[in-house]
Design a protein around this ligand. Structure first.
Ligand SMILES: *Cc1c(COP(=O)(O)O)cnc(C)c1O
Length: 234
């Protein structure tokens, strides 16, 4: 328990420091998303009691159990994992945000299946920013084909972009190398806003190892697992 308090304080300190270093003066413009996948619900509860409200999960069955267990708490749940199309209904019903919308079909289904009594589902479009063959996401070019239809879907609200860049080796210029894909993601969002007259306001980027670079490039949501909760059970 004391360990999680320490790690929570440490992350908040890293965020403050990173914002300061990059001249960002409004603390409320970065949201800490605590990535609790593969950690038990008790840890979520502990962090919630310390004031953390946003939690991210990647595995649907595991997430649904936690959402049920913690239903009395006012948690804002974010789905950040790979999405199979037969899982969209539960996601549309149970989450407030989805960061990993990586194809048109998924966006359509989430909109169709979002209960109308709920506010529109907040979504981020996942971009394969480092063009990795094994990674899912829209490419920086095919996003243009998809976004026109996605923004017309009634029950989702396109809030922004998400990316998981290829890891950068430790060593010289690590920070500068980490910044490049984050900068590309920011520029892509600005371009899409301009081309399609959108008001996307969210850059979901930065994890335990690269949050400083992400914040320097304008991240508004950083997704932190290991640095908060320790290593995951496999
Ligand atoms: C697991 C995961 C994270 C958290 O990663 P850490 O390195 O543990 O901070 C962030 N984003 C996504 C999409 C993840 O799957």
């Amino acid at each position: 328990m004391t360990k999680i308090i320490k790690q929570f304080e440490h992350i908040k300190q890293r965020i403050v420091q990173a914002m300061h270093s990059s001249g960002r003066t409004a603390p409320e413009t970065v949201t800490l998303l605590a990535v609790s996948k593969r950690h038990p619900y008790e840890k979520i509860q502990s962090l919630y009691e310390l004031g953390q409200q946003h939690f991210g999960e990647s595995y649907l069955q595991e997430a649904l159990q936690k959402i049920e267990k913690l239903s009395q708490l006012e948690i804002i749940w974010h789905f950040i994992g790979p999405i199979q199309s037969n899982k969209t209904k539960d996601i549309a019903q149970q989450f407030h945000w989805v960061h990993s919308v990586d194809r048109l079909k998924i966006a359509r289904r989430l909109s169709q299946q979002r209960p109308i009594e709920l506010p529109p589902l907040n979504i981020c479009l996942q971009i394969n920013i480092s063009n990795e063959v094994q990674k899912s996401g829209f490419s920086t070019t095919n996003i243009h084909d998809a976004i026109k239809e996605i923004i017309s879907l009634p029950n989702i609200k396109v809030r922004g972009l998400m990316a998981i860049p290829a890891p950068v080796a430790e060593g010289n210029e690590q920070f500068i190398k980490q910044c490049i894909p984050f900068q590309q993601l920011r520029e892509l969002m600005l371009q899409l806003n301009k081309d399609y007259q959108l008001d996307m306001d969210t850059l979901s980027m930065g994890m335990s190892n690269d949050l400083e670079a992400a914040i320097a490039e304008g991240a508004t949501i950083i997704r932190i697992g290991t640095a908060l909760f320790g290593s995951r059970e496999t």
